[in-house]
Design a protein around this ligand. Sequence first.
Ligand SMILES: NC(=O)c1ccc[n+]([C@@H]2O[C@H](COP(=O)([O-])OP(=O)(O)OC[C@H]3O[C@@H](n4cnc5c(N)ncnc54)[C@H](O)[C@@H]3O)[C@@H](O)[C@H]2O)c1
Length: 264
Amino acid sequence: MLEIKNSTAVITGGGGGIGLALAEYWVSNGGKVLLADVAEKFLEAAENHLKEWSGNVRKIVCDVTNENDCAKMADFAIEQFGAINLVAPFAGIIKDGLMVSPDAATGKVTRKMPLAQFQSVLDINLTGVFLTVRECAERMINNNCKGLICLISSTGSLGTAGQINYSSSKAAMSVFPKVITAEFFRRGLADKIRCVAVAPGYVGTAMVRKIPPAALDKIIEQIPIGRLVEPYEVASLVGELYRNESLAGEVYFIHGGLRLGSKG
Ligand SMILES: NC(=O)c1ccc[n+]([C@@H]2O[C@H](COP(=O)([O-])OP(=O)(O)OC[C@H]3O[C@@H](n4cnc5c(N)ncnc54)[C@H](O)[C@@H]3O)[C@@H](O)[C@H]2O)c1
């Protein structure tokens, strides 16, 4: 079993939501955290909040779609803490819409999802994760670090209506744990650096709370536990995945029993 105490977590999207909840969990268990986010204002507030609990918190502005930013982030973690033990590339966005929207009266398509709306979600949720993981994994190997790469997929990876961009990004990313585990196995690294993903259902963060209340009530009606999953519950699962060294190469769902219906 690995211990969180004195280990270093690099968390993108750490300025809010599930990333910040994971940072809270990490420092409250004696770990060190590098928070990375594109939103400087959120990052500042998150750092100040965490510093009330621990001095072992650093922050860096990083756009995960930028190769240089990701390299600087990974270097900064090593400079500040000497190691990277948990990589949590949690930066992600949604930009929902139907692929094609026919008009109710005419039956003709009046709106199509613009390419930029599709591509921007792939850029952050898929390419951004690739860059974060590649840069951090390089430093982990070169600095002889032990730990976990823990990605964040979604129940959306199974296919949700209105999310062809988001669902595609999360479905593609869900294969990373298998590929990375197999590659590390080939190179004799799989016992030192494991890779998994968590796949939450609906979690009570800004991303979900901006859904109109009536629509959110309908969603909650479909969740067997009768409520949203809380961000700290996802953080706690990540903690268990980190500690338990038999867990590797898999995607772990956390959704309160939710099953997607035929209309997603
Ligand atoms: N909330 C949910 O219900 C839910 C469910 C399943 C998966 N997820 C996933 O969890 C992750 C976190 O979601 P959340 O609900 O906490 O969202 P959130 O919107 O609260 O936080 C996401 C963070 O990512 C940051 N970010 C966005 N683009 C970035 C970029 N280019 N570079 C760096 N940072 C960037 C934002 O500034 C924000 O602080 C996402 O990957 C999301 O897809 C969320």
